[in-house]
Design a protein around this ligand. Structure first.
Ligand SMILES: [Zn+2]
Length: 449
């Protein structure tokens, strides 16, 4: 309810301005471009997110989310994926959590399709649990209240779920997760490879300890801490992320990767860049990503310092997916040319729009995807000039004005977007145009700050 009161006037202003732009020649305002900040654009996004979040709170008043009762602080994920041909995983997930409530006796998580073998407390005491559907209810050995922190370990195994796109995939000699699904509702699919509070709100730190066959590599978010050879000859990769993330942005990819390493001089210092690709793609990777450091600079100048520790691109058979510091990027787009440069420009922009600041629910996913779509135009403007930006924006406008209402059941506001259209053209294309109109309405001095 609050969002309708708060956002309708804003969206109304944007759309009125949008109509005006259409009437009087779209792009003159782009020429005013130049300025840069680190504050205003973030303020706009944060304001929109706050409004969206308040709406979500009202929306979920009678349907509480797990993150209303549990706040996960850290996931320590010990995952064994040593035999890819079996298409199974086994894991031990250490979950450190607190609660905002005065008393809880259960830890409720989600885990999809995998079987729970046992649950233990930090003191090695077996805990009772039920696992019905995706819902894993763990009975704590002592009640917790506000300020208490507890740690439980969940032991599990099985064949992980995947849909056509999202979930945990085995693809030949590679395995990887995609943190959201187009078909699954809710779309969050962290639950396909570890027990978790699987929504857009709960943010936690991650330690990944991934055991793989000694011919393989494991690539996760964060920074690589160590590679250990275990007694049985397998390798354990330890990655650690010191930025909090919602579950859909956690990631793992396994396979015979080769690393192409680079760095970019960022606002806050040197940023390591990793391209983990198939051995046959190393030369192509250098060609396809040649402008990634430049695009990073464009975004830093516009939106502020890169918000994570590493820029990571990892080749997968499906993608692209903006996992934090570990973008899963389709192998076919690592072709040695710049033909799909727009795609990693889109995914990289998510590190600011979506990963640093995340929509509170999929009803407001345009705050992720609309802004990333707009960045596809913005990087072109800065890298290739205004005409390239106009040529990119015009088809979006045509699609929005001419077709979207016929494809997605009428004229839709961007928010709240029904879940069946979370990843539709309204969210992406209209979201990109509304962002563009917002820039035009505010002017660059306010938009960028
Ligand atoms: Zn996106």
């Amino acid at each position: 309810m609050f969002k309708f009161i708060g956002l309708i006037p804003i969206i109304g202003l944007i759309l009125r301005k949008f109509n005006k732009i259409l009437q009087f020649g779209q792009f003159n305002h782009i020429n005013r471009m130049i300025m840069i900040s680190k504050v205003s654009i973030k303020s706009v996004v944060l304001t929109l997110c706050t409004l969206a979040g308040l709406h979500l709170m009202a929306q979920n008043h009678s349907n509480r989310m797990l993150s209303d009762t549990i706040d996960v602080v850290n996931y320590e994920l010990n995952l064994s994926v040593t035999d890819l041909s079996s298409q199974t995983i086994s894991g031990k997930a250490g979950i450190r959590f607190t609660t905002p409530l005065t008393e809880i006796n259960q830890l409720i998580l989600e885990l999809k399709q995998l079987q729970v073998d046992s649950v233990k407390s930090d003191n090695d005491v077996l805990l009772g649990f039920t696992h019905v559907g995706n819902r894993l209810s763990i009975y704590l050995d002592q009640a917790m209240s506000v300020g208490d922190t507890s740690l439980v370990y969940v032991f599990y195994h099985g064949t992980p779920f995947h849909e056509a796109w999202g979930g945990f995939h085995f693809a030949g000699s590679y395995a990887f997760n995609l943190g959201v699904g187009f078909e699954s509702i809710p779309h969050n699919l962290g639950k396909t490879w570890f027990p978790c509070v699987d929504d857009f709100v709960d943010r936690a730190f991650y330690d990944y300890h991934i055991s793989v066959d000694n011919t393989n590599y494991a690539v996760c978010g964060g920074l690589l801490q160590s590679i250990s050879t275990m007694c049985d000859g397998t390798l354990m990769f330890h990655w650690k992320s010191d930025r909090t993330l919602p579950t859909y942005l956690a990631s793992v990819a396994i396979g015979p990767y080769e690393l192409v390493a680079d760095t970019v001089s960022g606002e806050a210092g040197q940023i390591p860049i990793t391209y983990y690709v198939r051995p046959s793609d190393t030369t192509r990777a250098r060609g396809s990503f040649i402008n990634l450091p430049l695009i990073t600079g464009i975004y830093e100048e516009a939106f502020g310092a890169y918000p994570f520790q590493r820029i990571g691109i990892t080749g997968t058979s499906l993608g692209a997916m903006e996992h934090a510091e570990n973008i899963f990027y389709p192998n076919g787009s690592i072709n040695g040319t710049l033909s799909d440069e727009w795609l990693y420009a889109h995914e990289l922009s998510h590190m600011w729009f979506g990963n640093k600041v995340t929509c509170a629910s999929d009803a407001d996913i345009w705050l992720n995807e609309g802004w990333a779509r707009w960045c596809e135009t913005y990087f072109r403007e800065k890298l290739y000039g205004i005409e390239a930006a106009r040529n990119n924006m015009r088809p979006l406008m045509k699609n929005v004005l001419q077709y979207i209402h016929t494809k997605e059941g009428g004229y839709r506001p961007l928010s709240p977007m029904p879940p069946e259209y979370t990843y539709g053209d309204n969210v992406y294309d209209k979201g990109g145009i509304v962002t563009h109109a917002l820039r035009g309405y505010l002017g660059d001095s306010l938009f960028f700050g």
